[in-house]
Design a protein around this ligand. Sequence first.
Ligand code: SAM
Length: 212
Amino acid sequence: MDPKKVERAYSTYAAVYDHIFGRIFHESREAAVRRLRINRGERILEVGVGTGISLPLYPSDCRVVAIDLSAGMLEKARGRMLKYQLMHVELMRMDASQMEFEDDSFDTVMAAYVVTAVSDYRKVVTEMIRVCRPGGRIIMLNHFSNGNKFIAACEKAISPLCQHLGFRTDLSLNHVLEGTSLLVAKSEKVNPMRFWHFVECVNGKNGAAPPS
Ligand SMILES: C[S@@+](CC[C@H](N)C(=O)[O-])C[C@H]1O[C@@H](n2cnc3c(N)ncnc32)[C@H](O)[C@@H]1O
């Protein structure tokens, strides 16, 4: 997917995004943030924050930086920040495949419905690992291609069409993790219809091990 097309697609969706994807995905967003048990002062990066629908879910005693490529989506997120007075959140327009943050800037990096919506998931995952501290958490909430051969074939067949709409359906979790330092700590199917996955990884870079 071409990044300019992705940006254009999501800026076009911005006006209707919450009506379509807000409710469908919200239970899993809430469950994901709840599962994190965020600590006071924790530094969180939300990649591909979209209209900022998850932002009110974060506790006000942590620090959230949220980025997105799409100006249209960020405008909606800004409106939401003002509405909910989210003083602990900072919004930035930034390409997740080339982030401007220093190495190890965050304790937790969250990507909700993002790795299949970016033009180069490898670059984005590499950047998420770089900006997260060793031993920090990298969370992906996403649909990943199914292990069932028939369903996987269907997902592969419809993926080119979906890519015109700004996302792909043929990406497996194994492909995302391949060659990275990520260690899966939890992987659970979540609603709607248990078709999506909550995947919590420990950033194993520099030999960091999961907490015992
Ligand atoms: C399916 S939406 C998910 C939005 C939000 N996380 C949610 O839970 O609804 C994918 C988002 O990723 C953003 N995106 C796509 N490519 C990106 C990139 N390279 N850098 C930053 N954001 C990107 C899109 O603009 C869009 O807002």
